[in-house]
Design a protein around this ligand. Structure first.
Ligand code: ACM
Length: 504
C-alpha cells in the first residue's frame, strides 16, 4: 500500500498495522487551543460536527510534551484513536495540519489511515512574501494568505510595505506618508494602506498561526512614493534606457517627481544618501515599525538601486542596517547589500538570483555568510510565485527565465544554489509574490497554488536525496491529493496539468 499524502513531506512516515481510524463520531481533546483549531479544520474538511471533549474521552488527543526539536511533532494513529504530541505549541499546530491532510473520504464516510509520523522542519525560517505596494491587499486578504501559508507549515509572512507605487503602512511619526503617498497603485487603480490597528490585527492573527511578520521598508531605491510626502528626501528619477523600454512595452508614463507612479519599471528612484534628513526619516520609520513588530526581523530592501553609485549605496546600507541593529532587531536585506563594506554583520541576506546564479549574485550572497550571518533563499526562477506558471497564463511575469512550471518550482535543492554554502548558513527559504499583475485573492491563489507547496517542501522537508518522498514524482502525486481539501477551503488553485489531481 502506498504512503498517505502529506505536503510538505514529513521527516519519517510509516504505515501502521491496524485498520484506519473512523471519523464516524469525531472528537478532539487535550490542549484547548489546539483542540479548537483541529475541530475547526476537521469540520471544514469533512462537513462533520467535531466535538471538543475531555482528553480521556477524545478520539484525537493533543498535547505539548516538550520532547524534540522546536516546531517538531509526533503523530500516532491506530484504528481506535490518534495521539498527537508537539515539542511546543507550533509543533502541535503543524501536527494538526498533517492530520487534516491525512483525512480520507470513503463514499459518505471519513477516516484517517493508521500511521506513525515523526516530523520537524529542516530550516528555522520558512517564509512567504506578499507585495502590498504594487497593488494593495487588505487585512482580510492577508489573513486568508496567512491561513494558506500556515497550512503548509510556513512560519514567516514578509510584507513588502512600500515601493515606488505607494506607501502602505500608517506611522504616527510620519503621517504624511499614508496621507499623501498611499492612494496610487499599478495601472492607476486605487491604493490603500494598513492603519496601525490593521497591522496589529495582522501581527496577532499571524501569531495565532505561529507566524511572525517581517515588515519591509524598501530603501534606498523603490522610494518614488516617499517623494509624494517628502519631496526634499528624494533624488530626481534616473530615466535609463531600461525604464524607457518598460514604458514602451507595458505602457504607463515615465516617473516624474511629485506625481504618483503607476507603471511597473524598477530602479529609477532613490532617497538622498548624503542628506542627514534621510537618516532622521529612517530612524522615525524603522523605530516606530520596530515597536509595532514583535518578530525579530526588519527588512530594509536594498534591491535594484540602479541609479546609485556603489560607494553611496554602501554608505547608505551601512547606516540603515546599523539603525535597525541599534533597535535590537535583525536587519534583512536583498542580496545586493552583500556587496556593501560596512553592512552590519548581523544582517541576514535574501538571495533572489536564479537557481544557477548569474552576474556575481552568489558572491554578494556569500558576503553575508562571511560576515557571520545567514541567508534566506528565494531563487526567482523557482519560487517567485508571481512568474507565469505556463507561457500562456493570463497572470504573472516571465523575466525569471520564462514561465516557471510546477516541476521547476520543485526541482531545486537549497544547499546547492550558492557554492560553498551549507545548511548551517541557510536561515531558510522564502517564496515571494510580487503583485504587478495581481489584484485580488483569486489572483493570489491562482499564481501561488500549487507552486507554494513546492516552496514549503524546500523549507520544511529533508534535503533531496535524503528521503524517498523528495522526488518530483512523489510530490506531484502528494500535492494532487490536496486538491479536494483546497477546494473545501475555497482556495482557487490552478489545476495544473503537471499534477496528478485527486477528485476526492
Ligand atoms: C527583487 O525581486 N527585486 C527583490
Amino acid at each position: 500500500m502506498s504512503l498517505p499524502s502529506v505536503v510538505p513531506a514529513p521527516r519519517s512516515i510509516h504505515l501502521g498495522d491496524t485498520d484506519a481510524m473512523s471519523l464516524a463520531a469525531p472528537s478532539v481533546g487535550g490542549d484547548p487551543a489546539a483542540a479548537r483549531i483541529a475541530a475547526a479544520l476537521l469540520a471544514t474538511r469533512t462537513g462533520l460536527d467535531v466535538e471538543i471533549v475531555s482528553t480521556d474521552a477524545a478520539l484525537i488527543t493533543m498535547s505539548v510534551d516538550g520532547i524534540g526539536a522546536p516546531e517538531s511533532y509526533r503523530l500516532a494513529v491506530t484504528s481506535g484513536r490518534a495521539e498527537l504530541m508537539g515539542a511546543d505549541a507550533a509543533g502541535l499546530f503543524y501536527g494538526i495540519q498533517t492530520l487534516v491532510q491525512l483525512v480520507t473520504r470513503n463514499g459518505d464516510t471519513w477516516s484517517v489511515p493508521a500511521v506513525s509520523i515523526q516530523d520537524g522542519p529542516r530550516f528555522a525560517y520558512r517564509g512567504v512574501m506578499l507585495d502590498v505596494a504594487r497593488h494593495f491587499h487588505g487585512v482580510e486578504t492577508v489573513k486568508a494568505y496567512i491561513d494558506r501559508a500556515a497550512g503548509l507549515k510556513f512560519n514567516a509572512l514578509h510584507l513588502h510595505l512600500t515601493d515606488d507605487q505607494g506607501w502602505r503602512i500608517q506611522l504616527r511619526s510620519r503621517p504624511e506618508l499614508t496621507a499623501m503617498a498611499s492612494s496610487s497603485s499599478v495601472g492607476g487603480r486605487p491604493g490603500g494602506f494598513f492603519t496601525k490597528t490593521d497591522y496589529r490585527e495582522i501581527v496577532e492573527y499571524a501569531a495565532s498561526r505561529h507566524m511572525i511578520v517581517v515588515p519591509e521598508i524598501d530603501v534606498p531605491g523603490h522610494t518614488h512614493a516617499v517623494g509624494l510626502a517628502y519631496p526634499e528626501l528624494v533624488e530626481e528619477p534616473v530615466l535609463s534606457e531600461h525604464i524607457r523600454e518598460v514604458v514602451r512595452d507595458y505602457g504607463g508614463s515615465l516617473p516624474k517627481n511629485g506625481a504618483p507612479y503607476d507603471g511597473v519599471a524598477v530602479g529609477f528612484s532613490s532617497l538622498k544618501i548624503h542628506d542627514e534628513k534621510t537618516y532622521d526619516f529612517l530612524a522615525d520609520v524603522f523605530g516606530e515599525l520596530a515597536g509595532m513588530t514583535p518578530g525579530p526581523y526588519l527588512h530594509l530592501g536594498g534591491d535594484e538601486a540602479l541609479g546609485t553609485e556603489p560607494a553611496d549605496f554602501a554608505e547608505f546600507v551601512r547606516r540603515a542596517s546599523e539603525l535597525i541593529a541599534d533597535l535590537d532587531k535583525i536587519p534583512v536585506a536583498w542580496h545586493e547589500a552583500g556587496a556593501a563594506a560596512g553592512l552590519h554583520d548581523s544582517t541576514v541576506g535574501q538571495y533572489w538570483g536564479f537557481v544557477t546564479p548569474t552576474d556575481g549574485m552568489d558572491d554578494k550572497a556569500r558576503a553575508f555568510v562571511r560576515n557571520g550571518a545567514q541567508l534566506i533563499l528565494s531563487p526567482a526562477d523557482a519560487i517567485y510565485l508571481d512568474m507565469k506558471p505556463t507561457p500562456d497564463a493570463a497572470l504573472g511575469l516571465t523575466w525569471a527565465n520564462g514561465a516557471t512550471s510546477v516541476e521547476r518550482s520543485y526541482s531545486w535543492e537549497p544547499s546547492t544554489v550558492i557554492a560553498g554554502i551549507t545548511d548551517a548558513d541557510i536561515l531558510g527559504i522564502e517564496a515571494p509574490l510580487w503583485t504587478e499583475t495581481v489584484r485580488d485573492l483569486d489572483a493570489i491563489d491562482t499564481l501561488a497554488f500549487p507552486r507554494i507547496a513546492a516552496a514549503a517542501e524546500a523549507g520544511w522537508s529533508p534535503a533531496t536525496g535524503h528521503s524517498e518522498l523528495r522526488t518530483w514524482d512523489s510530490f506531484r502525486t502528494r500535492v494532487g491529493a490536496l486538491g479536494p481539501m483546497w477546494t473545501k477551503q475555497c482556495i482557487r488553485f490552478s489545476e495544473s496539468d503537471e499534477i496528478d489531481w485527486s477528485r476526492e
